[in-house]
Design a protein around this ligand. Structure first.
Ligand code: DON
Length: 564
């Protein structure tokens, strides 16, 4: 008698063993806070499109997700319209006019720590881009069926009337106590003046409500000029910061052409510089396309070896070639060419790890010339927005500009404070990404949209987590295309990270078997001392036959999808 493994067919069994994505027949928002997702879905129910909804979600997250949602940071909004056109709005922060190449280095040539550094305090902040980016999105691509003021109002109300703090958020404030308490407004607002908030308490942010009121009335002008700008500039001046009224007035969001590549016949649309995300993603996919990952299987040492080898090469290129394209020549087309990937891939040895010290950036002719959150929205028409924005570290520079309720970013750390020396994320970056006035720091944010082979939209994805964003997005794409996972599974599945330097693989807690690790070590790979979670992603898949929108939030983080 043959042994029966299961009473149900394999297919039924798969259904029983997985958490489904949230389903919505017409529209979906997947963001890291339930209240923000509800607000976005409501905008679409009232006739707004995905761009309108994204603006409302971004503003709401600035209130309910202060670790990363923001007015005082910047980001990238990738849009694919229902007719197939695409665009990308770059609202990355800019270095203030007063920033110079060595501003974060002391007389001994060492990187400055603490106040005055690129990671904490007033000097860490770049000129925020979020209000300008959202306004540009509204003016160019909003439906015009919903007024700007109506998109701002839900966020303003949440700031004014408050919202209930979750267990996670109340504890996260406490976890950042040592740095938040150094800045008076941050201490008062986020630490309840030293008395701390508990789960279930209501957080009201009256100054932020007033700032949002000014933005509601005057659009981005309500941030970059007038009272808000005056408050920010005054606080900067009083605390040795760099951002001036001029800097604020001169900030501009920019529209960029998205990068397009293919992976096994699927079109991949992603973010161009000043993000490195799209280039590194496409380059890695181009290398991996030459191997049968499906046959290697998802969690195998063979596949992880190949991933680590591919990533260490791509991150070496990131350090050398990538920066703000308005300031440095970035050889984008060469870097994402299939022929270049073939050359880079040819140096991979399937039987042993290469030392990162032996890897240099590839040969490319153009060389000589000169706490984040992602949300995804799909509207009833099929327009898709994949948006990642950030203030960099959790709670950014920890500075809340006095009287505004606005937490400022510490995005200056995404520049190479000292080219060749690691930044907060351990990333080595090159001269092209040195600090310069008005320049945008190089990012890893990777908002991405993937099409089916017939050219119809399949899924959109993005993540938070610094350079780990790129590896998280890469592995989610592979999980969908090579391993036939649904969007929720693809996001949840264990992943690894490698970024060239430090020369080690980061694996996740519970994410890799000891046998797999031993197999990788025997090929010559090093591992980080401790495992750690690798980014957190949110995404939406569009179901092939029904068009149902499937919203998915990473098991590594909180958040919710709302659809209808
Ligand atoms: O732009 C970047 O690459 C970084 N500033 C992103 C930072 C980040 O994802 C932090 N997230 N938790």
């Amino acid at each position: 008698m043959s042994f029966q493994l299961s009473f149900v067919s394999l297919e039924t069994n798969v259904f029983a063993a997985r958490r489904e994505a949230v389903r919505g027949r017409r529209a979906m928002v997947a963001s890291q806070h339930e209240l923000a997702s509800h607000i976005g879905a409501d905008v679409m129910r009232r006739g707004g499109n995905a761009v309108d909804a994204s603006i409302a979600v971004a503003l709401a997250l600035a209130v309910v997700y202060p670790e990363a949602g923001n007015l005082g940071g910047g980001g990238f909004m990738l849009i694919r319209f229902k007719d197939g056109r695409t665009t990308a709005i770059d609202y990355r922060e800019m270095a203030p006019q007063g920033a110079t190449r060595d501003i974060f280095v002391n007389e001994k040539g060492e990187i400055i720590k603490g106040e005055g550094s690129s990671t904490i305090g007033y000097r860490a902040a770049g000129v925020p881009g979020t209000p300008a980016g959202l306004e540009m999105a509204f003016n160019k691509y909003g439906s015009k069926k919903i007024a700007w003021a109506e998109l701002v109002e839900p966020a303003r109300l949440l700031a004014q009337d408050g919202y209930v703090l979750s267990y996670r958020l109340a504890n996260l404030f406490k976890a950042y106590k040592d740095t938040l308490e150094k800045y008076a407004d941050s201490k008062r607002i986020f630490l309840n003046n030293g008395n701390f908030y508990e789960e279930g308490d209501v957080l009201k942010q009256p100054e932020l409500a007033k700032t949002l009121e000014r933005i509601k009335k005057s659009g981005a002008q309500g941030f970059y000029t007038g009272e808000t700008a005056r408050l920010i500039a005054e606080d900067m001046r009083a605390n040795n910061g760099l951002i001036t009224l001029e800097d604020l007035k001169n900030y501009r969001a920019k529209e960029r052409t998205p990068l397009r590549g293919t992976y096994r016949g699927h079109e991949i649309i992603s973010m161009p510089p000043p993000s490195s995300g799209g280039i590194v993603l496409l380059q890695a996919l181009n290398v991996l396309e030459n191997y049968d990952l499906r046959q290697m299987q998802h969690n195998s040492s063979k596949k992880y070896h190949l991933l680590a080898e591919t990533l260490r090469r791509s991150f070496a290129d990131r350090a050398e070639f990538m920066a703000d394209p308005d300031f440095a020549v970035v050889p984008v087309a060469d870097l994402i060419a299939k022929s270049y990937a073939a050359k880079r891939g040819a140096t991979i040895d399937l039987t042993k790890a290469t030392r990162s010290a032996d890897i240099r950036a590839g040969e490319i002719a153009a060389r000589e010339s000169m706490d984040t959150t992602h949300f995804t929205v799909v509207d009833p028409d099929g327009t898709i927005v994949s948006n990642t924005y950030t203030i960099n570290d959790l709670y950014g520079s920890r500075v809340t500009a006095k009287g505004t309720g606005v937490l400022l970013n510490d995005e200056m750390d995404d520049f190479a404070a000292r080219p060749g020396k690691p930044n907060m994320f351990g990333l080595i970056q090159g001269e092209r990404n040195a600090v310069q006035p008005k320049k945008r720091p190089l990012s890893s944010m990777t908002p991405t949209i993937v099409l089916r082979k017939d050219g119809t939209p399949w899924f959109a994805i993005g993540a938070r987590g610094g350079p780990r964003i790129i590896t998280a997005v890469l592995q989610t794409v592979i999980n969908m295309i090579d391993h036939d996972m649904n969007i929720q599974q693809a996001i949840n599945a264990p992943r690894i990270h490698h970024q060239w330097f430090p020369d080690e693989i980061l694996a996740e807690p519970y994410g890799m078997s000891p046998d797999t690790r031993i197999a990788l070590e025997s090929l010559g790979h090093n591992f980080t001392d401790k495992p750690g979670f690798i980014a957190s992603a949110t995404g939406i898949e569009i179901e092939e036959k029904t068009g149902v929108r499937l919203g998915a939030i990473d098991a590594r983080s909180d958040g919710a999808s709302t659809g209808y």
